[in-house]
Design a protein around this ligand. Structure first.
Ligand SMILES: Nc1ncnc2c1ncn2[C@@H]1O[C@H](COP(=O)(O)OP(=O)(O)OP(=O)(O)O)[C@@H](O)[C@H]1O
Ligand SMILES: [Mg+2]
Length: 123
């Protein structure tokens, strides 16, 4: 299992979500974040040079997936998020040790498999 974290442009979130759903990935968490890509923006000042670090609004999309879904998730994010301009974002893939579905106690891959409609009970 892997935790896939992507930082994307807010205006591309809808496309990213749609691409992920088409790839069969629907369990995800979105957070608004503020980020910087690491590039140095150097501004010339009358007293010398100053390094500007400007933070931009981004959206973090996080999803826990079984190993078989990692490549599909990465491809879907890239397809949904890429504009070709700087600032398109990044994707981080980390090992994931345990997953527990709280309602059923299911663990790991069983906890990641979407609950089918027949198993669904009213909220
Ligand atoms: N090394 C990093 N660690 C954590 N977050 C990062 C890192 N690099 C980028 N991010 C996050 O991703 C967002 C978008 O980064 P960005 O797309 O500018 O990356 P980049 O490496 O500068 O690529 P580009 O050259 O396309 O701009 C940042 O605002 C930040 O939130
Ligand atoms: Mg950048």
């Amino acid at each position: 299992m892997k935790l896939v974290t992507a930082i994307v442009r807010p205006e591309r979130v809808q496309q990213v979500k749609e691409a992920l759903f088409r790839a069969g990935i629907s369990g995800l968490t979105l957070s608004r974040v503020s980020g910087h890509g690491g590039e140095q923006e150097i501004v010339e000042h009358y007293r010398g040079r100053r390094v500007m670090v400007e933070f931009r609004d981004k959206v973090e999309v996080r999803m826990a997936v079984s190993d078989a879904f990692v490549d599909a998730a990465v491809q879907a994010i890239v397809q949904g998020a890429r504009t070709g301009e700087v600032g398109d974002g990044k994707i981080f893939v980390q090992p994931l040790e345990r997953v527990i579905r709280i309602r059923t106690g299911e663990q790991d891959t069983a906890a990641l498999t979407p609950v089918t409609e027949t198993k669904l009970t009213p909220a």
